[in-house]
Design a protein around this ligand. Structure first.
Ligand code: ZN
Ligand code: ZN
Length: 675
């Protein structure tokens, strides 16, 4: 008999070999139908089976028979015979680990279908991903859309057959021989690479299909209730273009058809908000082949939004005690050697340009420029903090094919700032940076964000600076976050080599996370450039330096804004705020008067003077997602009023022009999110 401890603390004594599914069934058949997978933790040390790491997408995690310490919790098949005393949790659909097990099981179902239809196919690996699963396969003939549809239809058969997933263990040697005989070169590679001679390897069978895999899986194929084959992409075996070209077939799976449908709805919303599509539709920006990939042209309307963003940022910087500075785009190579960029960041920089006096390089970062301004005159503790801000254009090399709209580009504008201060000032400076970041998010309409604190790994040699320095810096950052009551996740080993940092990820209207703002400590550059200030004690000291960017990249932030608002920008950001529609030609004079009045109040107005019908004019302005459309006919002309249509709300009837002006200007000056 073995002891099974349930989450309520109760202990059951059951015969050795009892499965989690048996236990679920003994509690209730309903529970047994609802559980997906089990998590066990040894009450006494047990032999390793499968760790949670097996749920990750890496090949090693999927195949290695060497697992973490035996006290770790493991996700196991519901039908794994339990042979030792364990604490047992039955995971239902609400556990995040469960969906990955369903998705990975769906990958087996897909592989089953592929081999039934195309037996010549060889299998690579088929992990669950964040949104679904994929299977890498090799077949000389590329799969077509029709093939994918056939595979999906056959998957439905495999599911209907409800074949149990059966775990079989056999010797590594037998596995190698069998796979070699079948020409399964990828499986062979995985066994050779991730297991050792003498190991037992695990295979999972469902029906006639066998896969080398560590598991876990759902109990049977019938548990894969809602799935879809999505797309196909090419990949080289082991990422090497000299190797065979694989086909990576993507699919997704959910617990039920309702969740699957919701996922597709989400994908549609994502597509409808694609900033590249909206950028074209609303004539905001372009990227042009003739100029090069990853280089952005801001059109008049996009340019106006950018100007509004930048004006807000500059004014707020000045209000918060920053100095606005400007630094050159190209600087001597020598400078990048001193700063260490040449050595540490060279891969991301454009090649040097040979000029008559020296070699120059395009700037990938603004820091050295700001440092030269600091260093240009002696500083005393009374001068600190010095806060230099710049909307600085930087150029970074991205491989061709990796660019993506405004999100991944080769030239962009950072709202960059560097703060030079004394150690005593650091905490209040950090707090001010966090306040500023919060103000940016709130002003631009984001209400949720997540914070990550990246710290060092003392055993990793890449991190420079003493333990004392790191402890102090991390201490300051955590104290500030705690004082401001901001929850955060600590990520050890993820800091920049020169100091810890805080990253702020905003959450957009679709719940997607975007990494934008960052606040970073640095004790490397002040040392490299011999920065100093004269302290109260009359001695020379090295200032502490903070890098911070809040939009991050103006281009990227703009891309996120477009998607967040689906192009329907709030009034204060909208490139055209009011569209004017005279009903007929005889109302044109009055429309010009209205236009002049609105423009005098600082509003951005477009008047449709075409001969189009009123409905057509309204529709055109609607397509531009303009917040207000004002319609002017006989009645309005006679009474100095306008008939108001509000974006997404519709007709609100006539008001006096004065009343409209007051409402519109208030929305703008308050940076209101109401419209
Ligand atoms: Zn598997
Ligand atoms: Zn910097």
């Amino acid at each position: 008999m073995i002891k099974i401890q349930l989450p309520d603390g109760s202990i059951r004594e059951v015969p050795k070999g009892t499965t989690a599914l048996d236990i679920a069934n003994s509690i209730s058949p309903r529970l047994a139908a609802a559980v997906v997978v089990a998590r066990i933790r040894a009450l006494a040390p047990i032999a390793a089976t499968t760790t949670e790491a097996a749920l990750e997408a890496s090949e090693e995690a999927m195949y290695s028979s060497h697992t973490a310490g035996s006290d770790a919790a493991r996700i196991v098949d519901l039908n794994l015979p339990l042979t030792e005393d364990v604490a047992l949790e039955l995971l239902k659909e609400n556990d995040p680990a469960a969906i990955k097990v369903v998705r990975h099981s769906a990958a087996h179902v897909m592989a089953t279908a592929i081999l039934e239809l195309f037996p010549e196919t060889k299998l690579g690996h088929g992990p669950a991903t964040d949104n679904g699963f994929f299977y890498d396969v090799y077949r000389e003939v590329p799969f077509t859309e029709a093939d994918l549809a056939a595979i999906e239809a056959r998957m439905a058969d495999v599911v209907k057959r409800d074949e149990p997933f059966v775990r079989v263990e056999e010797s590594r040697e037998k596995g190698l021989t069998d796979y070699a005989a079948q020409g399964e070169f990828m499986k062979l590679h995985f066994i050779e690479r991730f297991t050792k001679p003498g190991d037992e390897i695990s295979l999972y069978k469902n029906g006639a299909f066998t896969d080398f895999c560590r598991g876990p899986h759902v109990p049977s194929t019938g548990r894969v209730k809602a799935f879809k084959v999505m797309s196909i992409a090419g990949a080289y075996w082991l990422g090497d273009e000299k190797n065979q070209q694989l086909q990576r077939i993507y699919g997704t799976a959910f617990f039920n058809p309702k969740d699957l449908e919701a996922h597709f709805k989400h994908l549609e919303e994502v597509k409808a908000r694609d900033h590249r599509v909206l950028g074209k539709q609303l004539d905001l920006f372009s990227i042009q082949e003739v100029a090069g990939a990853g280089l952005i042209f801001w059109h008049p309307k996009g340019g106006l939004i950018r100007k509004t963003m930048e004006d807000w940022m500059r004014e707020d910087c000045i209000r918060r005690g920053y100095h606005m500075v400007f630094t050159p785009h190209i600087m001597r190579r020598e400078l990048w050697k001193i700063s260490g960029h040449e050595e540490n960041y060279g891969e991301n920089m454009y090649p040097p340009m040979e000029l008559d006096d020296a070699e120059y390089r395009l700037k990938p970062m603004n820091c050295p420029g700001h440092i030269l301004i600091y260093k240009n005159s002696p500083k005393s503790y009374r001068d600190l903090p010095q806060r230099y801000a710049e909307l600085g254009n930087v150029y970074r090399y991205e491989r061709s094919g990796t660019m993506h709209g405004l999100l991944r580009v080769r030239g962009f504008t950072q709202d960059d700032a560097h703060i030079f201060c004394t150690p005593d000032q650091i905490e209040s400076e950090l707090e001010a940076c966090i306040d500023f970041a919060e103000a940016v998010l709130k002003t631009f309409g984001f209400h949720q964000f997540q914070v990550e604190l990246s710290t060092w790994d003392p055993s990793d040699k890449k991190f420079i600076g003493s333990a004392e320095k790191w402890d102090n810096a991390v201490g300051s950052l955590t104290r500030v976050l705690d004082r401001k009551n901001i929850p955060y996740k600590t990520i050890p080993g993820e800091a920049a080599f020169y100091g810890p940092k805080i990253d702020i990820k905003l959450v957009d209207v679709l719940g997607r996370l975007w990494q934008l703002s960052t606040v970073q400590f640095d004790w490397n550059l002040p040392a490299r450039f011999d920065l100093e200030y004269v302290g109260e004690d009359g001695e020379r000291h090295q200032p502490v330096m903070v890098h911070r960017a809040l939009f991050g990249s103006v281009e990227r932030f703009f891309g996120v804004l477009i998607e967040h608002y689906a192009g329907a920008f709030p009034m204060w950001l909208a490139p055209v705020q009011v569209g004017l529609v005279p009903i007929s030609e005889k109302h044109l004079d009055y429309a010009y008067t209205v236009k002049a009045r609105l423009e005098a109040a600082g509003l951005r107005v477009e008047l449709d003077t075409s001969n189009n019908k009123m409905q057509g004019k309204i529709r055109d302005f609607g397509l531009q997602k303009i917040p207000f459309i004002l319609i002017m006919g006989d009645k309005e002309s006679a009474t100095d009023s306008v008939s108001v249509r509000v974006r997404a709300k519709g007709d609100e009837g006539s008001v006096t022009l004065d009343a409209f002006l007051e409402r519109a200007t208030k929305l703008v000056t308050e940076h209101s999110m109401e419209l």
